[in-house]
Design a binder for this molecule. Structure first.
Ligand code: G3H
Length: 251
């Protein structure tokens, strides 16, 4: 039985002071959550947030990292640095990294492998653009991303990671994929894992939906057969909203 995982991606929001306020407000509101709760603040707040979530049920992820351990890579942060701080998860291949910062699948694959080398769990994001969806290329695009991003990984590692299906057209737009549509794509991802990494990995891997998730959408999304959680952007910046998502009620 897969334990749902709901993660808040704060993106480039919250100063260190604001991050501390948010996490202090959030701690109590999510303490009885049944799902795994993760927050992904900007690098500048990671250390402080990790201190503030000690002895709570909140885990911490980073929003990105480089694949090298150290060296002349100005502006980058390494897996070793994250691990030492107490970071457990790292978001990789987010569509904003792919589109704005031109990250390609080869780079994302190196980052996914480096995360595992250093004991971090990747939350790998995949998803199609509106144009690709309109051209009926959703499955083809996602298959290609999975093929490249997971290249060379063994099934034990794939089983442990998290994949977030985020249709690019649903991110920050207020448009969500219908719960059924999201579930269909997530089933497709699970089948890809089954075919390429075996049944155990397919049954164990957790696959989230991301894209304008809100308190009003989460219940229906979590009621689907294959959706194992959510990667939440905008709504994770407000403690009450994020707590309402994390504390969704099952029927
Ligand atoms: O990582 C989170 C996603 O990009 C979704 O963002 P959003 O909830 O603001 O649409």
């Amino acid at each position: 039985m897969r334990r749902p995982i709901i993660a808040g991606n704060w993106k480039m929001n919250k100063t260190a002071r604001e991050a501390a306020q948010l996490i202090i407000e959030l701690r109590d509101k999510v303490k009885d959550a049944k799902c795994e709760v993760v927050v992904c603040p900007p690098f500048t707040s990671l250390a402080q947030v990790i201190t503030l979530v000690e002895d709570t049920n909140i885990k911490v992820g980073a929003q990105n990292m480089y694949f090298e351990e150290n060296g002349a890579f100005t502006g980058e942060v390494s897996p070793i640095m994250l691990k030492e701080l107490g970071v457990e998860y790292v978001i990789l291949g987010h569509s904003e990294r792919r589109m704005i910062f031109k990250e390609d699948d080869e780079l994302i694959n190196k980052k996914v492998k480096a995360a595992f080398v250093h004991g971090l769990t990747p939350i790998l994001c995949v998803g199609e653009t509106l144009k690709e969806r309109e051209e009926n290329r959703t499955y083809e695009v996602i298959k290609e991303q999975l093929k490249e991003d997971l290249d060379g990984l063994d099934k034990a590692k794939v089983a442990k990671m998290v994949i977030a299906y985020e249709p690019v057209w649903a991110i920050g737009t207020g448009k969500t994929a219908t719960a059924e549509d999201a579930n269909d794509v997530i089933k497709f991802i699970r089948n890809y894992i089954r075919e390429n990494f075996g049944n155990d990995a397919a049954e164990e891997i957790r696959i989230q939906y991301g894209g304008s998730v809100k308190p009003s959408t989460i219940k229906e999304q979590m009621a689907q057969s294959d959706i194992d959680g959510a990667l939440v952007g905008g709504a994770s910046l407000n403690a009450t909203e994020f707590a309402a998502i994390v504390n969704y009620k099952e029927d």
